[in-house]
Design a protein around this ligand. Structure first.
Ligand code: FRU
Length: 495
């Protein structure tokens, strides 16, 4: 039986989603059905479809008591909304159903594992969240919370770990068929760690070990972990809070972290070898992955970030969208990403320009739009000195623009949405140190979907993502260079 709270949310979303016109949403990125969206949750395959749940507050465009929104897709680009899956309606989750994951059970049902949150009033009158891990089981539409919830509580924490910061369980099956789950936690040193739990039935859990420790290296608390094997290595993805910057690799505030290493399955020991940011742009957080039936590891992140999410839309009907699904792989100790290949099926109207000399503002025939997939290769002009800066401007007209620019001498790429129409003093720019030789050659693939840009640098070695709320009539794309450079471009509309 669905609770009153869930029935109300379902009624509300069904009644209000119609106020959002097609043009007010991205075309192929999943956005909130109505109201607020944050993290992707329960990204998985169930009964032949991809399921995506999300942190959801339907009643306003700001974060509130968390529900799980729900959508399904066959190609990860066309999404169909389903009714909200769970709502904060029990004592142990009355202040929110926080992030978690999903898995198909051997009996054909779908299990959701999430963090239940309730606020406890401390003697000084302040509030503190108590966080436990809970499950709900269902048929892909309706879910019943397990009567024995919560299934992992403070009793199951290692010594010193906080019961106030204990969340975001990622569940998977071990090779022997038993279950594992990994959750974010705050140890006594105040930073972050990831706790590994095991279970035979996904209901009764025991603590196994601390899988990874932050030791105050990358921010403090680690949120939303994911863990999987990829190209012979093992990868931990997590989103640290309260980061300090490290060169151009990590920025202040909420960031993302990818640890690549080895994993001994016998002793369940992870050995770190490499670390990097997952995305170097402005709006990216809390990614989750799924393994597609043809063996691709696909990642989707929240295409916003806590430190920058005050950049509100003018319509105020929905807020929050997911990134493109990205195929990820490990190569030479780095995480690479590219848009899922299904995106190529949306390509229309191919336009190509080769060996264009750019020495000032340049517009190209057929190159404009807000639903765009374009690949641009830039190189120095052999007859000239090395150029100083190359810029690509889009979502542009006389008033607005967002810019991606590259300075070969410093090997720095910058994304800048200062002139995108924002009226808030949030972060508008971010820089990324482009890896490789400083020879002025660079290749970028840029995907625009009305209100966002995802910039894949040098075959996906680094990615920069940003959202903007620029009116759609600003659809010019232009190029500029200080000095001279040569470029090739292949551009498609996406439909
Ligand atoms: C990450 C996060 C999670 C939490 C959720 C609450 O963005 O803070 O740790 O489960 O959002 O909405």
């Amino acid at each position: 039986m669905n609770s009153q709270t869930l029935r109300e949310a379902r009624k509300y979303e069904e009644a209000t989603e119609k106020i959002v016109t097609e043009q007010e949403r991205p075309a192929f990125h999943l956005s909130s059905r109505i109201g607020w969206m944050n993290d992707p949750n329960g990204f998985s395959i169930y009964q032949g479809q991809y399921h995506m749940f999300y942190q959801y507050h339907p009643y306003s465009c700001i974060w509130g008591p968390m529900h799980w929104g729900h959508a399904v897709s066959r190609d990860l680009l066309h999404w169909e909304y389903l009714p909200a899956a769970i709502a904060p309606d029990c004592l142990y989750d009355r202040d929110g159903c926080f992030s978690g994951s999903a898995i198909e059970m051997p009996d054909g049902r779908q299990l959701l594992m999430y963090t239940g949150v309730y606020n406890e009033v401390d003697p000084a009158g302040g509030k503190k969240e108590v966080q436990t891990q809970c499950i709900a089981i269902g048929d892909g539409i309706d879910y019943e919370k397990y009567e024995g919830n919560p299934v992992i509580t403070e009793k199951d924490l290692p010594e010193g770990a906080s019961r106030n910061d204990f969340r975001d369980p990622k569940i998977w099956r071990a090779p022997d068929g038993s279950y594992r789950c990994l959750a974010g936690s705050r140890p006594a040193d105040g930073s972050g760690q990831l706790l590994l739990y095991g279970s035979d039935d996904a209901i009764h859990w025991t603590f196994r070990k601390v899988l990874a420790e932050n030791r105050n290296r990358y921010g403090l608390m680690w949120e939303c972990p994911d863990f999987f094997e990829l190209n012979g290595k093992w990868v931990i993805l997590t989103s640290p809070q309260d980061m300090l910057p490290q060169d151009f690799e990590y920025h202040n505030g909420n960031g993302t972290l990818c640890l690549i290493g080895d994993y001994d399955q016998e002793t369940e020991t992870f050995t770190e070898q490499y670390n990097q940011s997952i995305d170097y742009g402005i709006d990216f957080y809390a990614p989750q992955t799924v393994l597609s039936p043809d063996g691709r590891r696909i990642m989707i992140g929240w295409m916003q970030n806590w430190d920058t999410c005050n950049l509100k839309t003018s319509h105020g009907k929905w807020y929050g969208q997911m990134t493109l699904p990205r195929e990820i792989w490990v190569q030479n100790g780095r995480l690479y990403q590219k848009p899922i290949r299904e995106l190529e099926e949306l390509r229309r109207n191919r336009v190509e320009h080769r060996d264009v000399k750019v020495g000032g503002p340049t517009l190209l025939e057929g190159v404009r739009g807000r639903l765009v997939d374009m690949e641009i290769s830039i190189r120095p002009d052999e007859a000239e000195e090395m150029y100083q800066k190359f810029s690509i401007r889009f979502a542009r007209n006389d008033i607005y623009q967002t810019t991606v620019s590259f300075r070969p001498h410093e090997s720095v790429m910058k994304i800048d949405r200062k002139f995108s129409g924002s009226r808030r003093a949030v972060i508008h720019q971010r820089r990324c140190k482009v890896l490789g030789k400083h020879d002025g050659r660079i290749n970028v693939r840029i995907i625009l979907d009305r209100y966002s840009a995802e910039v894949f640098i040098n075959g996906g070695e680094q990615v920069m993502t940003a959202t903007f709320h620029t009116p759609l009539e600003a659809d010019e794309i232009s190029f500029n260079c200080t000095g001279t450079a040569r470029m090739d471009i292949v551009k498609y509309d996406l439909q």
